[in-house]
Design a protein around this ligand. Structure first.
Ligand code: NAP
Length: 291
């Protein structure tokens, strides 16, 4: 059995680290707020003092952190990932960040003698719990091969996409599509209800046609109840839209729909829904009637 490190025990990291433990691996965990380590300790994890200590001890350390600022903060500094890594040990950052951040972290890790792989994931809380994530790996191919047994526990599919940056780009494209779909869906639900249509019937009609998909089914139920228990925090989707738009700017690719979706997510965030589920973007749509 391997000895893995795991940094970042939020909604996703907690479930992913738990699956590594349940599969019988030794896991040393770290989280900025120490209290979040307790459920993993109950499953047999040990707690590391710093990211540096964990990357110095573990053959492969995984991370699942909020955003580019968090990913950089955990990698750098006297107690950071890069300070402990070396000897070809591996660092696999599974956080959703932009390609430039992934490349910056890769440079710091490899300069310190470690190997780096980015591996952002597609799939939310339930797939993380079920071990059915889609893992978008890119970077050091030898580390990819070494990390595959862990990926097979955490996910159902883990394609290797090439050089560092390609994983982040794939992830941002996927979430940009999702953000646009969710705002269009929210507008459809709002219009249907305003028109006197039955919301459940709308979901049924969508589910049985070409627009049927798991996201409309699961988020549709939340929209109709106007109840948003968090699987994917809305603030993280808005971050992903922002990062996708920045990528589009750099490449000169117009992204009109994504830019509009981003503004709607920003309104929901400003209205106090940052930590609610992405489905709460609906609040920024249906409360804004113009009559
Ligand atoms: P989350 O519950 O908000 O957890 C965020 C984690 O990042 C926590 O462990 C948090 O530590 C840590 N963190 C934040 N800022 C930090 C900093 N400056 N220094 C050190 N640690 C910091 O988020 P999540 O839903 O697990 O998502 C994690 C990542 O996966 C994000 O990039 C998100 O976009 C991506 N993702 C999420 C989903 C989803 O459905 N939830 C799906 C796919 C991808 P504290 O506990 O101390 O705050």
């Amino acid at each position: 059995m391997a000895h893995y490190g795991f940094l970042g025990l939020g909604i996703m990291g907690r479930a992913m680290a738990a699956n590594l433990l349940k599969a019988g691996h030794k896991v040393t965990v770290w989280n900025r707020s120490v209290d979040k380590c307790a459920p993993l300790v109950e499953l047999g994890a040990t707690v590391g003092d710093t990211p540096r200590q964990i990357t110095a001890e573990c053959e492969i350390t995984f991370a699942m952190l909020a955003d580019p600022d968090a990913a950089r903060a955990v990698c750098s500094g006297a107690d950071g990932v890069a300070a402990g890594i070396g000897g070809g040990r591996g660092y696999v950052d599974m956080s959703t960040v932009d390609d430039l951040t992934a490349q910056e972290i890769a440079a710091a890790v490899t300069a310190a003698g470690g190997r780096f792989l980015e591996a952002p994931v597609s799939g939310t809380k339930k797939p993380a719990e079920d071990g059915t994530l889609i893992i978008l790996a890119a970077g050091d191919e030898s580390l990819y091969r070494d990390a595959l047994p862990a990926f097979e526990i955490m996910g159902k599919m883990s394609p290797f996409l090439g050089a560092v940056g390609q994983g982040a780009r794939m992830k941002l494209v996927v979430n940009m599509i999702m953000g646009g779909m969710l705002t269009a869906f929210g507008e459809g639900v709002a219009l249907a209800l305003e028109s006197g249509l039955d919301g459940e019937k709308l979901l049924e009609v969508l589910a049985n046609g070409a627009l049927g998909n798991p996201m409309f089914a699961s988020k549709g139920a939340l929209l109709l109840k106007e109840n948003y228990p968090t699987s994917f925090p809305l603030k993280h989707m808005q971050k992903d839209l922002r990062l996708a738009l920045q990528l589009g700017d750099r490449l000169g690719q117009p992204l009109v729909t994504a830019a509009t979706a981003n503004e709607i997510f920003k309104r929901a965030r400003a209205a106090g829904h940052a930590d609610d589920d992405i489905a709460a973007v609906y609040t920024a749509i249906h409360e804004k009637k113009c009559k």
